[in-house]
Write a new protein. Structure first.
Length: 260
């Protein structure tokens, strides 16, 4: 079953067509990674799915309903979006940051409810941030800060978690730690995940499905084994590669720039 379906979508920013007649579906309960060269339109697709950009043509549906027909609060109860760049005051505590994830569930005349407090504690615990809950964001490492932001997104209690390059600027150990957390949230909590990743091998290891975006179009879509192959990497990323398999996941080894 598809939780997101994009049909015939065009997006024009300025005078440039960024997305060109894209059809794309996201399966419920799966981890889908979007990969592609810089400037191919990956982040633009995420922003459109999350209603930050309105397509010039085509439709985007969430659970069979046009995403733009939802109220802001109703949409936020279903979808949590974590952009690549995010900032907050350094003196904000982790618990306070995570609490902002409850805004869609609040009424303006009410304070925190027992349900809000429970959701915040759950999100903090799920991301391994219990021992950091009272620490200021400015004192945390990059990996800890990213976990805190993901905890804020989880406090929304979303069905769909959308992440734009969540591992950017993190050391490799924090990258793997974060991707393992995302996989655990998917497998154990049933949260559907869409994420843009730059590291193709990480996408292959941690995803159920991969979509390659190139020049504003869907170039390939399928399981990691179907998509990560020498022909696709040559055509889209302009590299000659060897492909091996580790635990059933393809791993590519770049050899040289492909002659075009």
């Amino acid at each position: 079953m598809d939780i997101i379906e994009v049909k015939d979508m065009d997006i024009i920013l300025g005078n440039k067509k960024i997305i060109d007649r894209v059809d794309l579906n996201i399966q419920q309960g799966k981890i889908t990674s979007i990969i592609g060269p810089n400037g191919s339109g990956k982040t633009t697709i995420l922003r459109a799915i999350c209603r930050n950009i309105r397509p010039g043509r085509g439709t985007i549906t969430l659970d069979g309903r046009d995403v733009f027909s939802y109220t802001s609060n109703a949409f936020a109860k279903k979808v949590a979006f974590l952009a690549q760049s995010h900032e907050c005051p350094n003196d904000l505590t982790v618990r306070e940051l995570v609490g902002y994830g409850r805004y869609a569930h609040k009424s303006w005349w009410k304070g925190n409810t027992e349900e809000d407090d429970s959701a915040v504690e759950w999100a903090v615990e799920m991301t391994g941030m219990t021992d950091f809950a009272e620490k200021n964001m400015g004192t945390l490492s990059g990996g800890e800060r990213q976990r805190a932001w993901i905890a804020m997104a989880l406090a929304q209690k979303p069905e769909l978690l959308v992440l734009d390059e969540p591992t950017t600027y993190l050391d490799i150990c924090y990258q793997l730690e974060l991707l393992e957390l995302i996989r655990d949230l998917n497998k154990n909590e049933g949260i559907t995940v869409i994420m843009v990743l730059h590291d193709i091998n990480q996408a292959a290891r941690f995803s159920d499905e991969i979509k390659i975006i190139d020049k504003g179009k869907v170039f390939a879509s399928g399981s990691p084994c179907e998509v990560v192959n020498t022909a696709n990497l040559r055509e889209v990323f302009r590299v000659e590669t060897d492909i091996k398999y580790d635990g059933g996941s393809p791993v590519f080894y770049p050899k040289r720039v492909a002659a075009m």
